[in-house]
Write a protein that binds this ligand. Structure first.
Ligand code: 8YV
Length: 331
């Protein structure tokens, strides 16, 4: 328990209301111009802060944690995914790590459905056609996409976001298939009329749309490997609103180039923010819709993510276990 206001370092610009409340409650160092922290600045921060508030753009690996001072007790991540933080190294040093679950579930699920429809119904190409003045009037055979109603959706990772995607997709007339480490509760399976596949390979070969909704961990790195992408049906599409690293991006590019699968909707990329010329070319050809990691980018989500960060810090200050604590066995 800390008697005075603890020293908090926030690595990126957060919504004003969140920053204001943080300044009221803590001895807070903000990053008003939002310049991402260099590694050196991050190391400097872990040497002085009692609590660090990083985001997905900060790589807090074993080496950074190793250089943290004794005063650092909490890393309160502004974000759900914690693949940017070495959780085991933090635990070994007695540093608690928290995230911001739940509050971005619905927005990320909306984005997943949005991408699914955008790819299948060629939103991107339609917008381009209008911007470039290529719309010369309605035609019965122009801009034909593919129907998603009645198709099979295979969800990889049936956690909070995967389940929210399933609920929406069911309403859009897709039948729900899923692969998960564990089968979800029978009641949820019944509600969604979902089919469970213990074998990811089996599921990939049988569905029309694949949605990636699992966390990025060492076990899910390149889970969608070249071999697995090759199992997908030629007319199928893949949507990723989780983490780029879960799909072998080079293999995905090759499959799209060779027409082995029909399309991809990517809100996240491997090696973000870099985007390869090959991928951009596929985007220009209408085979990929690529977004700049916008899944949780609503005013409401970002505000509520900030509130969760504050709750986690406050609970820790009061000597309790922060509600969103991540333990090494959880990743
Ligand atoms: C966040 C995300 O905006 O929360 C996550 O895991 O991927 C994003 O939607 C980002 O991580 C903020 O750190």
């Amino acid at each position: 328990m800390t008697a005075t206001k603890p020293k908090i370092i926030v690595t990126r610009k957060l919504p004003d209301a969140v920053e204001t409340r943080m300044c009221e409650l803590f001895d807070t160092e903000l990053n008003l111009d939002d310049t991402p922290f260099s590694r050196a600045r991050l190391i400097e921060a872990v040497k002085t802060a009692e609590c660090l508030v990083p985001t997905v753009t900060d790589r807090i690996d074993r080496s950074v944690i190793g250089q943290a001072g004794e005063q650092l007790k909490l890393i309160a991540n502004f974000g759900n995914g914690v693949d940017n933080i070495d959780i085991a190294a933090a635990a070994e040093k007695g540093i608690a790590v928290t995230n911001t679950p739940n509050v971005l579930t619905e927005d990320t699920a909306d984005m997943t459905l949005g991408l699914m429809i955008a790819v299948a119904r060629r939103f991107d190409e339609g917008v381009d056609a209008m911007r470039e003045g290529r719309f010369k009037g309605w035609s019965p055979t122009w801009m034909l996409g593919r129907r998603i109603w009645g198709k099979r959706l295979g969800i990889v990772g049936m956690g909070r976001i995967g389940t929210a995607v399933a609920r929406r997709a069911k309403a859009f007339g897709l039948s729900i298939h899923y692969h998960n480490r564990e089968r979800v509760a029978e009641q949820v399976e019944q509600e969604l009329e979902a089919t469970y596949w213990a074998s990811l390979d089996q599921m990939l070969a049988r569905v029309d749309v694949v949605s990636v909704n699992c966390p990025h961990t060492p076990a899910t790195f390149h889970l969608l490997s070249a071999r697995r992408i090759a199992l997908m049906q030629p007319g199928s599409i893949i949507v990723n609103t989780a983490r780029g690293e879960i799909i072998d991006q080079d293999a995905l590019v090759k499959a799209l180039q060779e027409g082995k699968i029909a399309g991809a909707g990517l809100d996240v990329l491997e090696h973000e923010p870099a985007v390869s010329e090959d991928l951009m070319e596929l985007s220009r050809q209408g085979k990929a819709v690529i977004l700049p990691h916008m899944g949780s980018a609503t005013i409401e989500s970002r505000q509520e993510m900030g509130e969760r960060v504050i709750i986690n810090i406050r609970t820790w200050m009061d000597g309790h276990r922060p509600p969103d604590r991540i333990l090494p066995n959880m990743v």
